[in-house]
Design a protein around this ligand. Structure first.
Ligand code: SF4
Length: 82
């Protein structure tokens, strides 16, 4: 079982598992704008160091921890898979 409190339908993600569960040990949800502007290596381990990014619609937020399955960048953010 993955992180039992996080369900996700992004099945192309390295951390995704059957049943739409996220198996990342931690994730960072941030604004779309912040996600575009930060390098891949900045993720959940850096959460306390980044600025707050309020949004007003759910579609303005995203999972910064997403990484495509098989991507070479899956180990650059310090997040591991359960
Ligand atoms: S890391 Fe983000 S995109 Fe990937 S499965 Fe978890 S919640 Fe979904």
């Amino acid at each position: 079982m993955g992180n039992q409190n996080i369900f996700c339908s992004i099945s192309s993600c390295h951390y995704w598992a059957q049943g739409n569960v996220c198996k990342a040990t931690e994730i960072l949800v941030t604004s779309d704008t912040m996600s575009k502007n930060l390098p891949d290596m900045v993720d959940a381990p850096y959460a306390v160091q980044i600025t707050e990014t309020p949004v007003s619609k759910c579609h303005e937020s995203c999972c910064k921890t997403f990484v495509p399955k098989g991507s070479f960048s899956q180990n650059t953010d310090g997040v591991t898979k359960q």
